[in-house]
Structure formats: C-alpha cells, structure tokens
Design a protein around this ligand. Structure first.
Ligand code: NAI
Length: 243
C-alpha cells in the first residue's frame, strides 16, 4: 500500500517536468493523486501511465476553475490530505522592457494560482489529520535574478504566502513548507544554449544539474509524517547554489 495509502493529493502542473516526478513518487507510494494542469493533451496521458491517477484540466490562475476542480476531488475521494503547488511559468525580460502582460501573467499563475489552490483545498484539509502543503518556489525567489523580476517576485511571494498560512493553520496540524529548487534538468532547461548551461554549471558547487527525482524526494518527505515537526520552512535543493 505504501507510505501514502488512503491519502489524497492534488498536484498542480503535474503533466510534465518536476510535477510529473512528484506525481510518480506519490503514486508509487499509494497516494490517490489528482493533477490540475492546463495542458489537456499531455495531462490525459498521465491517467494511462499511472493507474488510478486522475487528471483535471484547469488553469490555476482562475479562482472559479480551481474551486470547481478541488470540490470534484473531494467529492470523488471523500478527503483531501495534500496539496503541491508546483505549476509555474516564466515570462523573462529586463524590467524596463517587461510588458505589463508578462508581469501580470507570471504573478497570476505562480502566486495567485497558489492562493487559489490553498484557499480551495484548506477547508477540506482541515477535516484530515496530518495534512500538508508544499509549494515549489525557486532559488531566484531568494536571490533575485536579472531578467526575471516577475518570476523572482512571484517565487518570493510564495515564501511569504506559505509562512503566513503555516502560522494560520499550524494549530490545526497542517504543515506548510516550500521547496526552492536550483537548476533542475527538465524539458525547459534542454532548450538552454550550451553557453548559458555552462555559465550556470560553473557557479554550482556540485557541478551538475539536479534531477526531477531529487525534488520529488524532498516534496514527498515534507508531505510525510517523517517531517512532522517541520513547518514554515524553505528547503533549498540546489546543489550548493546558496542564496
Ligand atoms: P514545466 O514548464 O516543465 O511544467 C510546468 C507545468 O505546469 C506544465 O505541465 C504546465 O502545463 C503547467 N501549467 C503552466 N501554467 C499552468 C496554469 N495556469 N494552470 C495549470 N497548469 C499550468 O516546469 P518545471 O521545470 O517542471 O517546473 C515546475 C516548477 O518548479 C515551476 O513552478 C518552476 O517555476 C519551478 N522551478 C523549476 C526549476 C527548473 O530548473 N526546472 C528551477 C526552480 C523552480
């Protein structure tokens, strides 16, 4: 049955990349996972790949869509234990040239999306014991990054959001933590030029990209009772690329 037998999770952006690795690990450990993702085509493939896993098409920046999807998860499973706020986008550009729509969209998905999901899930999580939320920030949420003011602001915002919610719901036994990945090998990073990749790697003490499995392992730990006294924390998984 696995560590998460009988437990129910919502993972946003689980159709690919880091989110998919999180789905795989939770599913392997017996968790009933529902993926909320805007990518209908890739998302549907998940239900075939992971038996019992459910996919719901939703844009997490849309309050009403998230409320509806999360209610459907609760109605189907009768409980909701875990939320992983993983979906995220970039819209890079130097601040003087950054278009208002790029600022708004990145904040809407990365930060308001997390608010939407936390708001929708908490009422059901309050009914469970040992519920937990993990949000995926980024090392640049702590360091800042030229050309990513919107992304860095959204990822820093996730930390403030999570620490506030941790204080609000800690007394109800719900833990809220953040994972801040560094440079992780995904389809997105496959597109980087050799030059940019080399410049990242040169700054990395461990001299290699992280893997999606290395992020999933920490997320799984933070959801599990193995981390029962950890809340309001930001765990860097970054190969030594300290803020
Ligand atoms: P990805 O781009 O491969 O996957 C993101 C997923 O989110 C996709 O399935 C996409 O369809 C979904 N998504 C995007 N917008 C959505 C929306 N409005 N509603 C619902 N779903 C939506 O990204 P990756 O690389 O797997 O990253 C996952 C998370 O980790 C993101 O929050 C990203 O910012 C963060 N991160 C990634 C790093 C990396 O090196 N790959 C480093 C640090 C943080």
């Amino acid at each position: 049955m696995g560590e998460f037998g009988n437990r129910v999770a919502v993972v946003t952006g689980g159709a690919r990349g880091i989110g998919k690795a999180i789905v795989r690990l939770l599913h392997q450990n017996g968790c009933a996972v529902t993926v909320l993702d805007s990518d209908k085509q890739t998302g549907k493939v998940l239900e075939k790949e992971f038996d019992g896993c459910r996919f719901l098409a939703a844009d997490i920046s849309d309050f009403a869509q998230v409320q509806k999807a999360v209610r459907a998860v609760y109605e189907k499973n009768g409980r909701l234990d875990f939320l992983v706020n993983n979906a995220g986008i970039t819209g890079d550009g130097l601040i003087v040239r950054m278009r208002e729509e790029d600022w708004d969209r990145v904040l809407a998905v990365n930060l308001k999306g997390a608010y939407n999901c936390i708001h929708a899930c908490l009422r059901y999580m309050l009914k469970c014991e040992n519920a937990a939320i993990v949000s995926i920030s980024s090392v640049v949420g702590e360091t800042g990054n030229a050309g990513q003011a919107n992304y860095a602001a959204s990822k820093a915002g996730l930390i403030g959001l999570s620490r506030s919610v941790a204080k609000e719901v800690g007394g109800r036994g719900i833990r809220v933590n953040v994972v801040a990945p560094g440079f992780i090998h995904t389809e997105m990073t496959d597109d980087l030029s050799d030059e940019i990749r080399a410049s990242y790697l040169a700054r990395l003490p461990m001299k290699r990209e992280g893997t999606v499995e290395e992020i999933a392992a920490v997320v799984s730990f933070l959801l599990s009772e193995r981390s029962s006294y950890i809340t309001g924390q930001v765990i860097g998984v970054n190969g030594g690329l300290y803020p």
